[in-house]
Design a protein around this ligand. Sequence first.
Ligand SMILES: [Zn+2]
Length: 248
Amino acid sequence: MVTASSAAYLVSGPDPYVQFGTRRVPVDIQRSPRASRMKLRIDRSARVILVLPMRTRLSSGLAFLKQEIPWIGQKIQNMPMPVPFRDGETVPVLGVPHRICHAPDERGLVWQDEEKLVVAGQIEHLPRRVRDWLRKRAKREISSRAGDYADELGQTIKGITVRDQKTRWGSCSSTGQLNFSWRLVLMPEMVMDYIIAHEVAHLRHMNHSAAFWALVGELHADVPSAKKWLKENGAEIHKYGIEPDKGV
Ligand SMILES: [Zn+2]
């Protein structure tokens, strides 16, 4: 629990953060030519984004940030604690919890061993290796499932990209390009399938009409449960893979 009265303080430097008790909240300072005044927001990964106009001094920005610490504390307390990719942490793969186990003496990169994610090599490469493995796995799972749905509809997918998009789980362009967040691979299969079916159905209907939803219902057996899961657990999915110092 973070309250405005708990010992919260700002640590500036190359990787600034606000410390709330035991919780470290990274701060990302951005310069924007379009900003006319200082702006503060919290992104979905529980990271503070401070946007400064080009000519505002950094010291003014930091003073502003300090003033807003109680506000940040209020926002942060409702957000899940970040789970960095570290030895001993648990991350879901297709909704099944897997423990990250560092194996410095093993050869190879990353592999699944029952409910473990074993990571070889030096410890400093572990977060990147876990992230790369999850992204690759996401690409493979999403591509094969999207391909199956498209075949069912007799539609053609122009291409599939898997990115670290923060605002949407998936999108479909008018040219038939599908984009997904790699974080789908963390979700239960039933939920991941719904998001993929949703975007593939947009290849036929570029809207959210009754015909569109009927088509999603043909592709996926339980749309209401998937939507309910996303509403209740979607925010949790953003907590994984956030490095406390970097916020990436
Ligand atoms: Zn849609």
